[in-house]
Structure formats: C-alpha cells, structure tokens
Design a protein around this ligand. Sequence first.
Ligand code: ATP
Ligand code: MG
Length: 355
Amino acid sequence: MILKTLTLSGFRNIESARVEFDEGVNILCGNNAQGKTNIMEAIRFFSECRSFRGASDKEMILSGEKFASVFAEFEKNGRTQTAEVRFFSEKRRELYLNDCKVQPKEFMGNFNSVLFYPEQLTLIKNGPDNRRRFMDVSVCQIRPVYYTLLSQFSRVLQQRNALLKSGDTLTLDIWDERFAKLSFLVTKTRENYLSKLEKHAAPIANEISGGAENMTLRYTPSFEAEDENDLYTELVNNRERDRELGYTSVGAHKDDFETYLNGKNVKIYGSQGQQRSCVMSFKLAEAEILSDTVGEYPLVLLDDVFSELDTGRRNYITGKIVGKQVIITSCDPIPMLTDSNLIFVENGSVHSVPV
Ligand SMILES: Nc1ncnc2c1ncn2[C@@H]1O[C@H](COP(=O)(O)OP(=O)(O)OP(=O)(O)O)[C@@H](O)[C@H]1O
Ligand SMILES: [Mg+2]
C-alpha cells in the first residue's frame, strides 16, 4: 500500500497543509514541537480509527477552531483510493471511504500501517492494557469484523459493571451469558493472533540477537476456560466477589501476554535492549502478517524511533524496510538514509525545502 498525499486542515497545530509522499523513504524533519508527530497521528488515524496518543477529537482540532479534517489519497489493490476523517468539536466525527460516508467497522482494515513509537518500545514493561491494545489494533487491521466484536464486548462489560455497581443484579444472568460468549471469542482471536505473531517474530528476534536468543510468546488469560460455558460458570462463581468489587474480575479485559527469551520472562529478566528488540520483532512481524493477509506491505511509520535505538538495531530495521514505503520523523538528518524525500515541518507548516 502506498500513501500518495495527505491534506490536513485545522488538525492540531496544522492550519492547512498538503503533503506529498514518495514510494520509498520519507523523512519529516524539524525541531521539537513543530508538528511532526501530529502528522503521524493523522496518518495513523486511518488505520486505528483513533488517535494513537489516545487524544479526544477536541484535542486534535486546532485550538480555537470547531472543525478539522484529514484527507488521504492512497494506492491499494491497484487503484487510487481516498479516506477522510472530519472532526467536530460538538458532534461525532465522520468517516469517508472513496467519498462515501462509512461506519468505523467499514473504515477499519482499509489503510494498513505499522507504527513504531518510543512509548511502545517499552511495551513489555508497560501495563497489560498496552499489550491488549497492541494485539487488538493489529487484529483489527487484518480482520475488521474483530472491531465489531470488541465494541460489543466492551459494551457488555460496561453494562455488567454498571449492574454490579448498582446492586440491581436481577438481570445479571443474561449479561453473564453474553459476556462469556463475547469474552471467550476475544480471547480465542487474540490467542490465535499471538501464535501467528510468535511464528513471524521469533526468527526476527533470533536474527537481531545474532542467533543467541529464542523467543517464545505466551498468552495469559485471566481464566483458563475450555469454552464459553466454562467462563460463564466462573462468572457465576465470582458474582459475590465481583459485586463487592463493583467490577468484573475475569474476562478478556484482564488477559495479557508474556514474552520469553531462552525460556526466561523478558519482563522480569530481560535488559532494556532485549525488551526493545522483542518489541521491534513484534512490529516487523506485524508488518509481515499484514502483508501476507492483505497481499501488500503496509506503510511503515517510525516516530522518533531512530534516536532511541543503537546503530545495530537501526541498521537492522533499515535493512528490513528497504524498498518499502516508510515515513520517519527526525529532528536531525539520518546519515544512513541519504536517498530520501525530505519534508520540512516548521510551526505547523510543511515545505519541501528548509525555510
Ligand atoms: N489542538 C491543538 N491546537 C494547536 N496546537 C496544538 C494542538 N495540539 C498540539 N498542538 C501543538 O503541536 C505541537 C506539538 O507537535 P508535535 O507533537 O507534532 O511535535 P513534534 O514535531 O513531533 O516534536 P518532537 O520532536 O518534540 O516530538 C506543540 O507545539 C503543541 O502545542
Ligand atoms: Mg514528535
């Protein structure tokens, strides 16, 4: 997949800009706080249908304005397609695909990208919600129906928690059944993805370590259920405790995964460098899985990652993405990437030459 152009209007600190991208390496250059990550956030929105920084629509609209839009032209499946998001301060955002208004579930899965950003390099030592989110976003891109499943699951979870809190638990049985069904499906889908991820990431992690390390991944559900009935029984058994806690203590929203190098849990025993290498292998594996499923390599987005990695790892990533479309943000020139399209970002303005 190739991103051709991006047009931003009233997005973050960018009043108005049109950016053209090359098929190879593109570097968004500029000092700190100029708008480089803002552009990445806008691009990545097309893949996640949300801000990767977790921002609200209002936060993404230029201060003092009521509306923002981001429009992309991209090539996929041999034809030029368009996607657009319109953000409003006072109503729900609107999504468009090839000029037709669509729902998030239809929007997902069309614009494929893989994003590396500094906060995610620490995925292994971060809290479990980050790892769940990583799996969920990755799965949504290859299986857009998973987006619907996740939304249903989170609605039922909210409903069950609200009932537990209110003490009005007469209808809990119906919700437990629904919850068990959806939660079990979410867990199974993620487990499935994780085994695929392991298959692709393990050889990469091994290569990064010069053949020294064998990586394995383990999905760790909050409750080991054989089937949805098993989970349902556990929910019923836990009702009293959940009522006291005011929330649902087992289910896919509490699942996690663990990473092992040569049989040792990397979160506990791994060095910072080993943890980063594992995350790098996840991301490159994510790109391979997308590529296998969709039939086209995704757009690679590297936000501030080069400054965080040592030369060996930088070279490794560079080698892996040769010939692919990449967008990189950087405050300084990147010596190993001389043949690239330089895009200068200054105070929310975008130029093809430095000003
Ligand atoms: N809604 C908004 N309206 C106006 N300006 C905003 C808005 N949100 C963020 N900004 C501004 O955007 C700038 C930050 O942009 P961004 O995060 O893209 O910086 P960057 O170029 O990636 O910098 P760094 O190199 O430090 O990562 C800040 O000056 C911030 O005040
Ligand atoms: Mg930035």
